[in-house]
Design a protein around this ligand. Structure first.
Ligand SMILES: [Zn+2]
Length: 367
């Protein structure tokens, strides 16, 4: 049989067997019609490399976590997990977690204080009184004496620093003139400020069939009717970073700018007092592995490791797989996206910096 005839013959057979509609035909009803976007968490059919990384390749400082525990026993368990996965220290962000007061956090973790660092909130109590900012500064100094290393996680998704405890910072954005004395003081005390600004861009886009991050964006959609939008928040952040060159700002979650690496890079170029942490944005960065890798290599001195997601060994392993391997096209349903992820296969020197050295430099302990 001639080759061309063989091809036509087999194509005709396939059409007969599958009754494949042409692109222009109306699609017949299918079981797929009943699949909702929010339920779309497929399994990978490809036979691909799967690398399990249960321990980080180099020692790690986790610069973004929270007080997830109920008891001292759980802290002991957490420390066991940290030993197993290779985490030296974990930064506990006091704000944004509705839990015990800062003093109690310090007390509870005291037996393991060499394994944790503590970030405290700004205390906005009485912000409109005349005693402020002296009172706010005194509260900050007190936290520092109790053992606070940094400040945060401040959080502004448009309504102000609503992550603050004990007083809500509603309406107070990071460039608010009232809090500038505290921000300057943070620089003097060498306390970095970790701040969560805005949300990933897909959460601002219309919730329609053009939204590439729809499953997660639908859960976390931001209604900006009565609060600052994405661009206004970015402006407020940039104002604060520019106006306080002596204070280090750690923009949590890559500043929620993983959709635009050149823009994030330009900010890092412009402001030497700005860093980013990678916490809780694995999905938003690992669906574009080559662009993300390029960014991480270029800005290897300005990126900090962080988790922000409990302390299960599998949580750490998922992040290690993305940072360290060149595995491709895998799904992590917990991230609630339909995006397939791929590893960055970062060079050792870059991993060492992101995992630990940059954090040590910020904490003024680089040896
Ligand atoms: Zn957090």
């Amino acid at each position: 049989m001639k080759k061309s005839f063989l091809f036509i013959f087999s194509a005709a057979l396939m059409l007969a067997a599958c009754n494949t509609p042409k692109a222009t035909d109306e699609m017949p009803a299918s079981p797929a019609d009943k699949v909702l976007v929010r339920d779309f968490f497929p399994s990978v059919a490809n036979n691909l490399q799967v690398t399990e990384v249960t321990r980080g390749k180099f020692p790690i400082i986790d610069m973004h976590s929270h007080d997830y525990v109920e008891s001292a026993e759980q802290i002991a368990k957490w420390v066991e997990t940290m030993d197993a996965v290779g985490v030296e220290h974990t930064a506990i962000m006091h704000c944004s977690w509705i839990g015990r007061p800062f003093d109690e956090v310090i007390e509870l973790y005291a037996p393991w204080k060499d394994r944790f660092r503590f970030w405290c909130c700004f205390d906005y109590t009485g912000i409109d009184s005349e005693e402020w900012p002296a009172q706010g500064i005194a509260a900050l100094e007190r936290c520092k004496e109790l053992g606070a290393t940094g400040i945060g996680e401040l959080g502004d998704k448009g309504e102000g620093d609503t992550y603050a405890r004990p007083a809500d910072g509603a309406g107070i954005h990071i460039d608010d003139p009232r809090i500038q004395p505290l921000i300057a003081k943070a620089g003097e005390l060498r306390m970095p400020i970790s701040i969560h600004i805005a949300e990933p861009i897909w959460m601002y886009l219309p919730m329609d069939d053009k939204n590439d991050g729809l499953p997660n964006a639908a859960c976390w959609h931001v209604d900006t009717t009565n609060c600052l939008g994405y661009e206004q928040l970015m402006t407020s952040f940039e104002n604060a970073v520019r106006q306080n060159p002596g204070t280090i700002f750690i923009a949590c979650h890559y500043l929620n700018m993983t959709h635009d690496w050149p823009r994030l890079g330009a900010l890092l170029d412009k402001y030497p007092n700005m860093y980013v942490d990678i916490s809780a944005r694995v999905a938003e960065s690992a669906h574009t592995p080559r662009a993300t890798r390029e960014f991480l290599i270029k800005y290897q001195n300005r990126v900090l490791f962080g988790t922000d997601n409990g302390f299960e060994p599998s949580m750490y392993a998922g992040i290690f797989r993305v940072l360290e391997t060149n595995d491709e096209h895998f799904y992590v349903p917990e991230y609630n996206y339909h995006w397939a992820l791929s590893g960055f296969n970062l060079p050792d020197e870059v991993l060492k910096k992101i995992y630990r050295e940059n954090a040590l430099r910020i904490l003024n302990e680089y040896k």
